[in-house]
Write a protein that binds this ligand. Sequence first.
Ligand code: ZN
Ligand code: ZN
Length: 363
Amino acid sequence: MDHFRRIGQLRRRLTRAGLSGLLVTHLPDVRYLSGFTGSSAALAVTRRAARLFTDGRYATQAAEEVSAARVEIVARSAAVAAVEWLAAQPGVEFAGFDPAWTTVAELARWKSALPSGMRRSFLSSLSAPMVEPLRMVKDEDELALIAQAALVGCRLFDHILGFVRPGIPEIEVAAELEHQARQMGAEGMSFDTIVASGARSALPHGHATMARLPRRGFLTLDFGVILKGYCSDMTRTVYFGTPKTNERSAYQAVLEAQEAGVAAVGPGESCGQVDEACRGVLRREGLAEAFSHSTGHGVGLEIHESPRIGAGQTTRLLAGMVVTIEPGVYLAGRFGIRIEDMVAVTRTGGQVLTPAPKALIEL
Ligand code: ZN
Ligand code: ZN
């Protein structure tokens, strides 16, 4: 990963925004810019210098991981140390911070660390995020890691098809997925594994419970792994037994909607248009009300990143973005169905990173 280039890009954005300094405290942003993977750090960037502040637990790790910024080990809050450093830099009149990742209490602490004359105006709340737009467009190294993580997800799905059977608790399915993920080299799961069976499949976020897989009914599996910091995310819904006509037609509608969404992905398309491609299909099938969430989200160092693929979203897709397309229908007390792929935006369209089968699997 070329962290010098990323910090260079950030500096150009700072200059355009008229800022001479930036405080970065959101850890995925810190990691993206510096390579530091520890759980406590702050990064300060000016037009001339970049400095990473962390504590003694991470001295060795920071020295190994960080080359694009000077590392300073501090015994107090890393963010406070970063604010003090920024305030002491010649030519830095204001330093930006991202209000989305700053609590009121933190801001008060940072201000009280400043000389009294600087407290009122030195720290400047960003009106738009600075690092997030950089992170939205993945470089080749990132795309390769995300594709690898997505393929681990597909292998997990393949494995779990041979494991699931009526009568075993959902929680055992989650445990098996997570155990296998580790065996396949994952650092962890990118979120709490969703295993929702029978009527529970109507819960869009049905975490695995002690409920036993039914003899007849849907099973929704939504899971992802973290590989070298990058997340994967996929959903497949399978059926135990033989589906009823209405269940089969609902599945076909979701599949058609999902494929329409994938087909709509391409550079220059707005996120709202992609959402509408999915939603339009479900509306025609009379299932608009049952599709109760947005179509998808960006994926990268975090499981949910920008852009959001939802109704009315005007952000335009750019080559290098990675988004999920995950329409679903949820009929409370009856059943639910969701199908989710990760799709990389290419120069000409979209490339599905999760090529696991989507035709209804009957077990
Ligand atoms: Zn998911
Ligand atoms: Zn998702």
